[in-house]
Ligand binder design. Structure first.
Ligand SMILES: NC(=O)c1ccc[n+]([C@@H]2O[C@H](COP(=O)([O-])OP(=O)(O)OC[C@H]3O[C@@H](n4cnc5c(N)ncnc54)[C@H](O)[C@@H]3O)[C@@H](O)[C@H]2O)c1
Ligand SMILES: Cc1cc2c(cc1C)N(C[C@H](O)[C@H](O)[C@H](O)COP(=O)(O)O)c1[nH]c(=O)[nH]c(=O)c1N2
Length: 180
């Protein structure tokens, strides 16, 4: 006989998840349903054939309607210097103010590409799965832009950190992992 699923408390779950460090990206969209973007850490690679990544988006997010109606996103992987931009896209700031703070271009889909991000994955959303408060977006990658993967922004222990040495001669090896 099956026993009913026993969930842990959301706070216990979040406390444990705070130990799971993750890269920080800004996920953007543009199209008939408008331009929008949000800071995201719930992103990972699914398969390289066909190149597919997943993004988890809270259905309460101001970007949700635009993302799911436009059906395109660009995942802009952030460097340490983008921490202020990450805070801006982290909520409660109007979309126009978020985008005014940086330079953007486009690749294939028209979703905004952050000019100097570490890497950008331009995607068409192929599938959406509802799970609890979030939608899991499966995103087919149709173009990439790669600028450089040093000094990347990480969110770990409820704080921003940097991984990867930016300039050893200038900063010294101790700066390879720094808390901000
Ligand atoms: N996946 C997400 O939606 C997600 C991830 C990170 C942060 N956030 C947002 O940033 C705020 C601050 O986060 P924090 O890390 O400083 O402290 P926190 O205690 O709220 O969260 C700790 C960790 O729990 C997970 N988490 C938090 N809220 C979540 C949610 N609604 N859905 C799924 N996972 C969630 C994330 O891994 C997060 O890093 C959160 O309250 C949340 O609104 C959301
Ligand atoms: C470091 C970090 C990481 C994440 C977030 C925040 C921060 C600071 N947020 C929250 C998200 O950025 C925020 O809720 C949106 O900007 C929505 O806010 P508005 O509704 O636009 O004000 C977030 N939201 C989401 O739907 N999926 C995610 O993976 C993440 N990850």
């Amino acid at each position: 006989m099956r026993t009913p699923m026993q969930d842990v408390a959301p706070q216990d779950y979040r406390d444990a998840m705070a130990c799971l460090g993750a890269a920080v990206s800004i996920v953007t969209t543009d199209g008939g349903a408008g331009r929008a973007g949000f800071t995201a850490s719930a992103i990972c690679s699914v398969t390289d054939d066909p190149p597919t990544l997943l993004v988890c988006i809270n259905r309460a997010s101001s970007a949700y309607a635009s993302v799911t109606r436009n059906k395109v996103v660009c995942v802009n992987v952030l460097s340490a210097r983008h921490e202020p931009l990450s805070r801006l896209f982290g909520g409660k700031v109007p979309a126009e103010e978020r985008f005014a703070a940086a330079a953007w271009s486009t690749l294939e889909t028209g979703a905004p590409v952050l000019a100097d991000c570490a890497a950008a994955f331009d995607c068409r959303i192929s599938d959406i799965v509802n799970v609890g408060t979030h939608d899991v977006l499966f995103c087919r990658v149709v173009a990439v832009q790669k600028t450089g993967c040093t000094g990347n922004l990480i969110y770990f222990g409820r704080a921003y950190h940097t991984v990867g040495v930016t300039d050893l001669a200038e900063t010294g090896p101790e700066s390879a992992l720094g808390r901000s």
